[in-house]
Design a binder for this molecule. Structure first.
Ligand SMILES: Cc1cc2nc3c(=O)[nH]c(=O)nc-3n(C[C@H](O)[C@H](O)[C@H](O)COP(=O)(O)OP(=O)(O)OC[C@H]3O[C@@H](n4cnc5c(N)ncnc54)[C@H](O)[C@@H]3O)c2cc1C
Length: 393
């Protein structure tokens, strides 16, 4: 391996570029170089992602791909030596029109055929158990899958990138790829950066939403179009618990989850003039605030921050114990420290959870312990599993 050359140049240090680098290095490709224009890995979409993971899709290929990804998440710690933060808290879809319910039902048939057996249609009483904070006004039914849930995108990225480095891959940050000159036969012969050139055998386009732009540097049309997403984030608040399922209203795409003590609210932005714009618009926040107050009354009055989500994710990461994983022993020690910290935090989380249920019960005029009076206890993983175990199979 020499400066100015590489067997493979991976453009993009997002989660995909990091994964490609790790897999290549694990397969024995020794001279892998990851290049990104950001000052740190994950400055594209990965550092801004909500961290939702699901297999509830409407096409067989997406379901099967997600099932493979889920297995990968479960093996990640053993294979890569880092914790991807996968937690099976579920995805809960709420339909408010017969057409929406039909779409969920059709998608679920596809999911079952593709092997996602535990996805279930749910009626309003079950929805109230799965997420007592969601208003049932106008809700006629929904779909739920308990093995969907959450992961930590930056932890996944860092796990792969640190693992790739341990296997010999190099990473160059703060360097934009500006040209991909080709040989007469068509192969790319080098990668031109603002600060020099790298002769290479292969280039991997892992530029995410910029993959089309990067492809054009080599005269190749890559059919990737950016889709703008905005995220609103509340101030830290105990209104909802961390293990609340991702809850989605397919009618308009509004959805929410809780992460690091804050509630994240999302809704697709239609027809964005500049899909790469990363600021959150005031008008969009106002819209989302009123939708949230209407559909999740516990959030009425909770302060919303228009700050880009990335800042919040980075601060939360900085507050958690972490370090570079250089060898499996160190990785295991770090995981143990995290598990310990999480189990200590579990008591506080449990108290917040009980307070949340009691507050909801008070609002509804029910007894202070709403859990006891219910048909089935909710939100423990074991109870979800037994509740959705297909009978007779
Ligand atoms: C607000 C938001 C919420 C999301 N929520 C979810 C979710 O809940 N669940 C989910 O599964 N997905 C979610 N996504 C999508 C997810 O974040 C992306 O699919 C994923 O991160 C893409 O990873 P990537 O590595 O392909 O791209 P990126 O992370 O964008 O990485 C591409 C990298 O390429 C670099 N690059 C581009 N061009 C060049 C160049 N010319 N030279 C050098 N470097 C270059 C960029 O700097 C960037 O770091 C969300 C996305 C957004 C924006």
């Amino acid at each position: 391996m020499r400066d100015g050359t590489a067997d493979v140049v991976v453009v993009g240090a997002g989660v995909i570029g990091a994964s490609v680098a790790w897999h290549l290095a694990a397969l024995g490709v020794r001279d892998v170089l990851v290049v990104d224009r950001g000052a740190a890995p994950g400055e594209g979409s990965t550092g801004r992602a909500t961290g939702g993971f699901r297999a509830q899709f409407g096409t067989s290929i997406n379901v099967r791909l997600s099932l493979l990804a889920r297995e990968k998440l479960r093996r990640f710690r053993d294979e890569v030596g880092a914790d991807p933060g996968y937690r099976a808290c579920g995805y809960l879809w709420l339909a408010r029109a017969p057409g929406e319910l039909d779409i969920l039902r059709t998608a679920q048939r596809v999911q079952h055929e593709a092997g996602l057996a535990e996805a279930r249609m749910v009626e309003p009483p079950r929805i109230a158990e799965l997420n007592p904070a969601a208003s049932l006004d106008g809700v006629i039914g929904g779909a739920f899958c308990p093995s969907d849930g959450f992961l930590r995108p930056l932890d996944l990225l860092r796990g792969y990138l640190d693992g790739a480095r341990r296997l010999g891959a190099r990473v160059r940050l703060g360097e934009e790829v500006t040209a991909l000159p080709r040989r007469p036969g068509g192969r790319i012969e080098k990668v031109r950066l603002a600060g020099g050139e790298i002769a290479c055998g292969t280039v991997v386009n892992a530029a995410g939403a910029w993959a089309g732009t990067l492809g054009r540097l080599a005269g190749v049309e890559v059919p990737v179009a950016p889709l703008r997403r905005q995220v609103a984030c509340t101030a830290p608040c105990p209104a909802l618990p961390e293990d609340m399922p991702m809850t989605l209203w397919p009618g308009d795409g509004f959805h929410l989850r809780v992460r690091d003590g804050r509630v994240l609210l999302l809704r697709p932005t239609k027809g964005a003039a500049d899909p790469f714009r990363a600021e959150v618009e005031d008008a969009w926040i106002d819209e989302v605030r009123s939708i949230a107050a209407d559909r999740v009354p516990a959030l009425a009055g909770v302060e919303l921050l228009g700050r880009p989500l990335r800042d919040v994710a980075r601060r939360a990461r900085a507050a958690r114990p972490r370090g570079r994983l250089r060898e499996p022993g160190a990785g295991e020690r770090l995981l143990r420290a995290r598990r310990h910290a999480r189990s200590r935090a579990g008591g506080a989380r449990g108290r917040a959870d009980r307070a949340w249920r009691a507050a909801l019960a008070r609002r509804a005029g029910a007894p202070a312990d709403p859990v006891r009076g219910r048909r089935a206890p909710r939100r423990s993983r074991a109870s979800l599993k037994s509740c959705f175990r297909p009978s007779g199979r």
